[in-house]
Design a binder for this molecule. Sequence first.
Ligand code: PEP
Ligand code: MG
Length: 754
Amino acid sequence: MQTPPSAGWSGARRLLRRLRDLMAAGTTAEERLNQTVRLIASDMVAEVCSVYVMRAGEVLELFATEGLNPEAVHNTRMRVGEGLIGDIAAHARAIAASDAWAHPNFSYRPETGEDLFRSLMGVPIMRGGRVAGVLAVQNKAQRLYTDEELETLETVAMVLAELIASGDLINPSEPILADATAIVPRRLDGLRLNAGLAIGTALLHAPRVTIRQMVAENPAEELERLKTAVAAMHSQLDTLMTTTDISGELQDVMESYRMFAQDRGWLARIREAINSGLTAEAAVQKVQNDMRARMREVTDPYLRERLLDLEDLTARLLTHLSGAVFDSSEMPADAIVFARAMGPAELLDYDRTKLKGLVLEEGSATSHVAIVARALDIPVLGRVTEVLDRVETGDQVVVDGDNGQVFLRPGQDVLDAVRHSMQVKADLRQRYAAIRHMPSMTHDGQQVSLLLNAGLLIDLQHLDETGADGIGLYRTEIPFMVRSSYPDVATQTELYKKILDAADGRPVTFRTLDIGGDKTLPYFDAGEDENPAMGWRAIRIGLDRPLMLRQQLRAMILAAAGRELRVMFPMIATIAEFRAARALLDQELTRAEDRGEPLPDRVKVGAMLEVPSLMWQMPQLLARVDFLSVGSNDMMQFLFAWDRGSPRLSDRYDTLAPGALAFFDDLVRKARSASVPLTLCGEMAGRPLEAMALIGLGFRALSMSAGSIGPVKMMTRSLDVRQFRPLLDQTMHRPVETLRTVLRSYARDRGVAL
Ligand code: PEP
Ligand code: MG
């Protein structure tokens, strides 16, 4: 096997300089491309160098080659995913194969004559986060390509990306026009990250800076420019943090974001790219391209979010390098911002009074930008695939956060319907506000406590807004998830105190950490389970890592000094687990007492009912708990063997199935006979029809997200339980899939407000 002469940085720099001269020559784009492949082949001692360009319909077309059959140019076309070249494009990832024939994806095109060549190294040509083509070299002998050569090829690919983007080779919008989407109205689906409806004008977030010069004259000068820009970026971030009104988790989010800005590895990689001959801007962009390629491989949600923060920093750094400062006064007054991904600081750059919605191609509910957007109370959609290819700045758009849809250039019919819904919502909001201080009591006088599900400090403002009776479920893992390191006892105490203060005497039920499964903490490795929902999560982790749980309980005890402390443990499956968890709490109470610390006034301890096995241990459980709370999201998934996250099963079973209702009926009777208070805090509690069924079955406390309190209260006040209950008794055991229709008809006939 051969090893080539090492090119090194100076080699890369020399090549880049020659490329720059070549690009500056006044020849046609095609000719420049031909010269480029010749230059690379000779410089990298490769027998073949070829460029494939992405054409409409996801087809890679051979545009230039040195070494392959010239007749194949513009004739050889392959699909993304086909062969090694297609594989590079499909995964946006480089391949360096000393024996390409042995590669599982190898396939060759006889017309090119490439069967002679044994080794191949190829890199994607990336443009704006998308693959615009592939650049590859090939050798006859089995050859090992070095990392430096790969780096060089990647750098050359950036220069080619500019050439492709120039529009001289192909019309740059060709891949978009292929499905003729640019001007027609269009609806795209996404993931709801924050509810709400907005009509506005599209504002594309991404390209603030166009990089004009890729190759640097003087690396030392570029390093200096980078240093100045980094310093300016840090000082701008400091100002943003001190002048913006942020608190609670937003503060944490921004702190961990700022830590990234000081990430040495990131800056070191940029410096390295400058040393290889790029301008500071091109180096920042190159490191970002590498990151994006890596991001496709990353499945860990936390890591993905942090990589998105780095995208934000890249854009920020580029702004500082180019001196192009973002001016929010140029925003339209009803801006809906579209971005591939965004960091939290970038969102805060926009004028909040003009920002009406946010649409992302990436993003998840726990992404930092989603948390910030929720605090700003604007509708947000994530995972809207390829929306940036289809929308232009200035387009009229509608974001429907409630249904997870965005309408681009909507027709009059859609606009009319949306305006109507906005009006209806505004009217309803007024009606909910009007009953905010009225008791949540059924028409026939049954008191039903409506509580709030919360997880962030910013959720607490909803307590007063909605008139909720307290917090029925505080998901403590959420503040843990937005941090970059484990919060110590003092930090946790502070947080729990703030929550209790905000509740101002209303009950707050803290659920201990429910991590594991898809809720990962960056600083805690829960390993991987085949079936995470049933894996090492929640109380299972708490009991196996008692120090973590004890610290949390210690903080809760300290925070609740002189007040009531309500704690519940998630995913309890056996009495022994509950006893063990409770013993840890007792230990902590004793510890606090021994140390003379002020204790909570009262301590109430409960279990979440999420695992069906508890139903057959009720007498023992009821004798030991102060309250029970049904986590119906998990309970339904385990009762029906129904993965709550599977989109393919989302409509398969119904929470209003006879089996589910009979289960709840049984549970209510058992809890009542032992006089143990029972709550339900899963998503179904917040849906008026489901809530009607639950109240009919005997639930007198329901905990839900803030937006549901108004609708559920309105329903409750219009329901006559005594009249309704017999219907449940008659229908609960019917051999049907669901009682939804029966219940809906009842509500309609009896004027129950749904
Ligand atoms: C539930 O399972 O219903 C619940 C409230 O807990 P989570 O949704 O956080 O799992
Ligand atoms: Mg649960």
